[in-house]
Design a protein around this ligand. Structure first.
Ligand SMILES: [Fe+2]
Length: 160
């Protein structure tokens, strides 16, 4: 059963980034289900690796969008990503060295970070884009991207 469900609160109204976030939720839900289902540590660690790899890829794409759009909070946002990556890589190192296995503590870190970062920080970027691209902003047409703001594309579920 999914522990984190996609809904409109998480949408930043940017199709590519919303799809990435939904995929991160799906990976997290799979990890949680496998943990609860007492999957083998190797299975859990492989899934954890996949989630970290995907998050790393996703951060680079998101930061590229922010750079291209001239987002003034990019540096601060990047620091949040870096903190997450640092913590996640420490955990990954611990698993690979056999010092610890996936735990509820780790799952709760991932869950809280994903939910709060997307809802608070990523959504702010969505607001910035919406303001930048609104007809009254005087900035319409200045975007380096092709129509990045799309209407609600929430799919109601984290499962692809
Ligand atoms: Fe982000």
């Amino acid at each position: 059963m999914p522990i984190i469900n996609w809904d409109n609160r998480f949408s930043i109204h940017l199709k590519e980034i919303d799809a990435h976030h939904q995929h991160l939720f799906a990976l997290f839900n799979r990890l949680y289900d496998d943990f609860v289902g007492k999957a083998a540590p190797q299975t859990l660690n492989a899934l954890f690796d996949e989630l970290i790899d995907y998050a790393t890829y996703h951060f680079s794409v998101e930061e590229r969008w922010m750079r291209d759009e001239g987002y003034p909070e990019l540096e601060l946002h990047q620091k949040e990503h870096d903190l997450f990556s640092k913590r996640a890589l420490e955990m990954q190192g611990d698993y690979n060295a056999g010092r610890r296995n996936l735990s509820l503590e780790v799952l709760s870190f991932l869950h809280n970070w994903l939910a709060s970062h997307i809802q608070l920080s990523d959504v702010e970027f969505g607001h910035f884009l919406a303001a930048k691209n609104s007809p009254g902003s005087g900035a319409a047409g200045n975007s380096s991207a092709t129509d990045p703001v799309v209407p609600n594309n929430s799919q109601g579920s984290a499962t692809p």
